[in-house]
Design a protein around this ligand. Structure first.
Ligand code: ADP
Ligand code: SR1
Ligand code: MG
Length: 423
């Protein structure tokens, strides 16, 4: 079908022509349609049968522009092609963690999928202080399964090259990442966010710090050149929908083959930004303690599951069984995981800065009205970004990372609770 932008008026007829969706919604039934897209790029509709609202689907469509900027910022809708391919790949690899696909159409840039109505977007609930008991464990498993099983350790090389081909043209979204994560935030740029005290701090530190900027370049180069595994590439707490039992990952339109540490570091950074925000949102540190423990659990679980998958693999493109002795293999694995760890810490640092200085912030902090309070939290994130980037190769274990972060926050508590109590 030729591309047309769907809306509440045209969606019923479109869905009625799709047998796999009719199986869920029935044919010709009255539908309640609600646009729920709170993301930066696309339109998302929840569609429920009026007489049986439990029968529902979600329709996501890409439009040929960047939603958050408006029609004057063109952006190819090819991004939906890559989201469709990634979601189908994830449905094979980790069906327990992603919505089912009822219908996809690359020409229409449309995906019709399972409505995760019993799950909430984690970011907003985490701002409220909700505990998700299994989320960090699930995210760690998701990372291990998807990264290992699309890497040269988990796949045969010819099959892997075919899979890579499906993603090697996600040019425009990779370019967005190059610019909005690895370039603009560290220089004066019209697209950057602005808050006077934060701007002043960034000008005086980040943008003058040569060592920091060279490290950012190192991670930009990794992003541009390394093809370790199929990445989600936009994994943050707004891409997680969870409840007390389950966790789902959504919104994989940035998918491409990139460095292992990128997904791991980004999602951990979002837990840390939530931690920072709770100097404002919480009256004590109990939720922050939970956040830090969970952020560390993501890595611990990822590492544990990745190594289990490796132990159980029969050989792969990279390593034929018997190529190394047991002792050599043990050392090789330890070095391999340490390199992913260093990269994850570095990408985490990049994410802390881009979400603070760049156009796309996190609601955890950007939604705080008081600019002064906001800038104290923003500066905290920028300090943490600089610290983590400067030590990313010196910290070798997750326990060292945890104690580094703990000490950092103990020394950089902005003291907002007192300020709030006083207001
Ligand atoms: P964008 O690509 O524009 O960032 P997202 O994929 O993040 O869009 O979706 C935007 C919002 O739509 C999510 O924050 C969530 O509220 C809702 N959403 C997306 N997919 C689903 C789904 N499968 N089930 C329920 N809600 C969803
Ligand atoms: C213009 S940058 C928009 C951002 O939103 C997405 O969620 C990605 O993180 C992207 O960098
Ligand atoms: Mg998106």
């Amino acid at each position: 079908m030729a591309y047309q932008i769907l809306d509440k008026g045209s969606i019923p007829e479109y869905l009625n022509g799709l047998p796999s969706v009719v199986e869920v919604l029935g044919k010709g039934k009255a539908l309640d349609i609600e646009e729920v897209g709170d993301g930066n790029l696309n339109f998302v509709y929840k569609i429920r049968r009026a007489d049986a609202p439990e029968r529902s689907v979600v329709l996501k469509q890409a439009v040929p522009y960047l939603r958050m900027a408006g029609e004057e910022w063109p952006l190819s809708r090819d991004r939906m092609t890559f989201e469709i391919r990634a979601l189908l790949a994830y449905n094979d690899l980790v069906p327990q963690f992603v919505p089912k696909v009822y219908h996809s159409d690359e020409d229409m840039s449309v995906l019709v999928m399972q409505n995760l109505d019993n799950h909430a977007v984690a970011r907003y609930r985490m701002i409220e202080g909700e505990v998700f008991p299994n989320m960090a464990r699930d995210v760690g498993d998701f990372l291990a399964e998807t990264l290992f099983r699309t890497s040269t350790l988990g796949m045969e090389s010819v099959e892997r090259r075919h899979l890579m081909q499906q993603f090697n043209l996600n040019d425009e979204l990779c370019k967005l990442t190059e610019e909005f994560i690895f370039t603009f935030p560290y220089m004066e740029h019209e697209s950057n966010y602005s808050n006077p005290a934060t701007d002043e701090y960034a000008r005086a530190t980040i943008r003058k710090n040569t060592a920091y900027k060279l490290d950012i370049l190192k991670f930009k180069e990794l992003f541009l050149t390394k093809t370790d595994a199929l990445l989600h590439a936009d994994l943050h707490t707004g891409s997680l929908m969870a409840n007390a039992e389950e966790t789902f990952v959504i919104d994989m339109e940035f998918a491409y083959f990139g460095p292992f540490g990128f997904d791991v570091g980004k999602v951990i950074a979002n837990f840390l930004m939530c931690y920072t925000s709770h100097f404002y949102h919480s009256d004590d540190d109990s939720y922050q303690n939970w956040l830090l423990t969970e952020a560390m659990t993501i890595w611990k679980r990822f590492e544990q599951r990745f190594l289990e998958l490796w132990d159980n693999a029969d050989g792969s493109a990279l390593l034929l069984e018997g190529f190394l002795t047991d002792d050599q293999l043990k050392e090789y694995k330890a070095n391999f995981m340490r390199a992913i760890f260093h990269d994850s810490v570095g990408f985490c640092a990049c994410s802390l800065a881009r979400r603070t200085l760049g156009i796309a912030g996190v609601a955890d902090i950007r939604d705080i009205e008081d600019l002064g309070i906001r800038s104290q939290l923003e500066i905290t994130n920028l300090k943490l970004s600089q610290l983590l980037l400067s030590v990313h190769e010196e910290i070798h274990t997750i326990d060292e990372l945890e104690s580094t972060i703990e000490s950092f926050y103990a020394e950089n508590n902005p003291g907002l609770v007192k300020q709030k109590v006083g207001t």
